[in-house]
Structures are given as C-alpha cells and as structure tokens.
Design a binder for this molecule. Structure first.
Ligand code: AMP
Length: 216
C-alpha cells in the first residue's frame, strides 16, 4: 500500500499514519519528524531547515525532494509507505511523480483529512510530544500526569516550538496559500479521498479504511 496523508497541521495525519503503518506493516515517513531529528542532531540539513521551521515557513523544495527521493529509494520502502507532510507544493508533487516513475511504483491513494481552523488551533496549542518515544498527546483529551512524564514510557513531554499561536497562524496561512492547491493535482488523477477529521481517533481510522476499500 502506498498512501499520502494530506491536510493542514493538526488534523491528525501523524496519528493516523502511525496506526495505518502498524496495520499495513509499512513505514510512516514524516518529513516533519525527519527534519526535527536533523535539527536535534545539528546536521547540515537541520541547520538549514531550522530557521524555516521556527517561522512556520516551508523548507525549500530542492532540499525536501532530495530527502524524499533518498528515503523512498531505500529498502524499507520497497513494499509500501505512508507519506505524512509531503508533498506540500505542486513542485514537490510533480517531483514525487517523477520519483515514482523512476522506481516503477504506483501511488494508491491520497487521503485528505479536513478539520476547521478553530479546532486545529485548539489541538496544536494543547499538543505535547514525548522526547523519548515520540508519542503525541492532547492536554484536553489525554490524562497527563502532574510530573509531565509520558504515560507510555516515562519520557519527558515537551511542546513543539512551532506549536505556538503566532507560528500556528503562519503554518495555516502557508497551507492555504501553497499546499491546499496540491489537492486538485490528486483529484484530477482520481485517487483523492476526503475524510472529516473531527471525532474519535478510531472512528477516523475506520473512515479512512472504508474510503480505500480495506476492512477495519
Ligand atoms: P510537520 O511536522 O509536518 O508539521 O512539519 C513541520 C515543519 O517542517 C513545517 O512547518 C515545515 O517548516 C517543515 N516541513 C515538513 N515537511 C515539509 C515539506 N514537505 N516541505 C517543506 N517544508 C516541510
């Protein structure tokens, strides 16, 4: 299965990608996670990406296309993958098609998850991530212990530096201006599925699976 999970920040792409990755036993490829890891390790890529990420701007296309080409060509992606956070521009979508052609593989579906801006802002400002295992929590829904430790592994929970109101506003603006248009690109190919992202996590997973004809 080769899927793209699409949508503005905070719609639950990462959460759903993780669930589907386990169900189909294929890797979850999140360009945001890859960039954050590079920033943490202060690699050349991380140093380049950080200033864009801090402002909620997009990292330049040539950098992102290089990263995605490398990972999709790797052994771990040979039986399928779930892309989360890529493509974010028409240039990235076109480059991705070229990579698929070169690798002689076919994209199955693009799943667009939709949530209104008010809900997105509420979700992102209340999002906390475990520094150790990467699990994502919402302060309004999940029970977080007073010591701010991850309920799963005991690691430290932190707030992403781009999950603050100013940067969130810009990330949404960038999504509307540069990314949303990519949906038309996939709608024209006839592989776009649209899902309402409001509701319980398991219900949304069910809707995604139904939309692509897989039993839950
Ligand atoms: P995310 O975790 O997907 O919300 O991504 C966090 C940040 O990483 C974004 O706000 C961008 O600065 C950068 N980023 C992630 N994926 C891409 C991409 N495909 N193109 C450009 N920038 C990206």
């Amino acid at each position: 299965m080769r899927l793209i999970l699409f949508g503005p920040p905070g719609v639950g792409k990462g959460t759903q990608a993780q669930i589907l990755s386990e169900k189909f036993n294929i890797p979850h490829i999140s360009t945001g996670d890859m960039l954050r890891e590079a920033v943490k390790n202060q690699t050349e890529l991380g140093l380049k990406a950080k200033s864009y990420m801090d402002k909620g701007e997009l990292v330049p296309d040539d950098v992102m296309i290089g990263i995605i080409k490398e990972v999709l060509s790797s052994e771990k992606c040979k039986d399928g993958f779930i892309l989360d956070g890529f493509p974010r521009t028409i240039a990235q979508a076109e480059a991705l098609d070229k990579i698929f052609n070169e690798l002689n593989i076919k994209l199955d579906f693009v799943i667009s998850i939709e949530v209104n801006d008010e809900e997105i802002i509420k979700r992102l400002t209340n999002r906390r991530v475990c520094r150790n295992c990467g699990a994502v929590f919402n302060l309004l829904i999940d029970r977080i212990p007073n010591d701010n430790k991850c309920p799963r592994c005991g690691g430290e929970l932190y707030q992403r530096s781009d999950d603050n109101p100013e940067v969130i506003k810009n990330r949404l603006k960038v999504y509307r201006e540069s990314t949303q248009i990519v949906l038309d690109y996939y709608a024209k190919k006839g592989i776009l599925k649209t899902i309402n992202g409001i509701g319980e996590i398991s219900q949304i997973t069910k809707k995604i699976l139904e939309s692509i004809g897989v039993e839950a």
